[in-house]
Design a protein around this ligand. Sequence first.
Ligand SMILES: CC(C)(COP(=O)(O)OP(=O)(O)OC[C@H]1O[C@@H](n2cnc3c(N)ncnc32)[C@H](O)[C@@H]1OP(=O)(O)O)[C@@H](O)C(=O)NCCC(=O)NCCS
Length: 336
Amino acid sequence: MLIRAALSHRATSLSLRPLHAEHDLPAAQALLASALPLDAAAPAVEEKLFAGNGVRPGQAIGAFSNGDLVGLVAQAGRFIKILTVHPRWRRQGIGTTLLQAARTFLARHSAGPQENTKLRYGDHPGNYLSPGLDEREQAGAAFLQAQGFVEVGRNLNLRAPVTDNPSLRPEHIAQKQAAVAALGYVVRRATAADVPALLAMVTSAFHRVWAYEVARALGSPLGGEAALHTATLPEGPTVHIALSTAGDVVAFAAHDGNNRGMGWFGPTGALPEHRGKGLGEVLLLHCLRDVADAYAVQPSCRPDAGVIAWVGPVEYYARACGAAPDRRFVVYEEAA
Ligand SMILES: CC(C)(COP(=O)(O)OP(=O)(O)OC[C@H]1O[C@@H](n2cnc3c(N)ncnc32)[C@H](O)[C@@H]1OP(=O)(O)O)[C@@H](O)C(=O)NCCC(=O)NCCS
């Protein structure tokens, strides 16, 4: 696809074409570093642009001017995962042109009149850069409102520091683990042998989207298609599980299953009959310990905090691991 679009404010032309993992990644990383500094998304750009989106068809389209990448849109179905324009190229209609490309894609791939075709920004289940628009992105908010989007929700990310965090001391984690071991549970990192039962449990007891994120957190080669185009992390599978005395997987927690390489925690879950026994906390601490260990080895390219995204129980995470409110996001959707 090559679209030439006349820009509204300047006598120049713009070409749009799909981005390719083989040759457009460095330019896309440079663009996002300039255009979305709050996200520090470098490790996950390939995942956002080229990895799968579960059940939804997706595309990543770049806007080029004289061969330079000046803006891009990445979408999965009606969800816009990223839409951004280089700061030097704003207010020239490029964002509008990219949004139009997203609308065209959605219309082409619509499953029929029963499908919700209202575009939405952020919070794409299974592959999202952020669960909405950071509330500090004033240009983004003005742009979306000008395009007929309205606020439909708010999401909060917590931040759990991984340096000098008493909850992540090995002896604290060992104590928590001993308490669940006394109840008969084994907690450990997932291995290849666990994968079928783990993914089946997550799918049937929770959600297939969570299973998709867990598969990605299993990494290559355990994660299959979901783990394509995602960073390979030295710790291997970033999934911890709890097994009952019968050897069944009864609880799990993953990190780096979305935005792999950026220290994002989740998803996590325990089967109803195994809740309230401390499994969720031990699994959480093991995940954050992984993030802490990775930071200790490579402080220049791994995060210094675990990100607990899109949270509900703020108090629980504050108590369990010292996490505190961090970024706040607004979810926008096209008005009816
Ligand atoms: C949001 C963003 C993609 C807009 O790209 P853009 O190419 O500058 O957008 P357009 O030129 O097509 O703007 C269309 C309209 O949106 C509104 N708008 C865009 N930026 C605005 C701003 N900073 N302040 C007020 N209104 C703004 C205006 O109504 C504008 O029309 P006008 O220039 O004729 O007044 C760009 O600012 C950006 O990359 N921001 C950071 C990333 C981000 O927030 N992305 C998420 C939201 S899509």
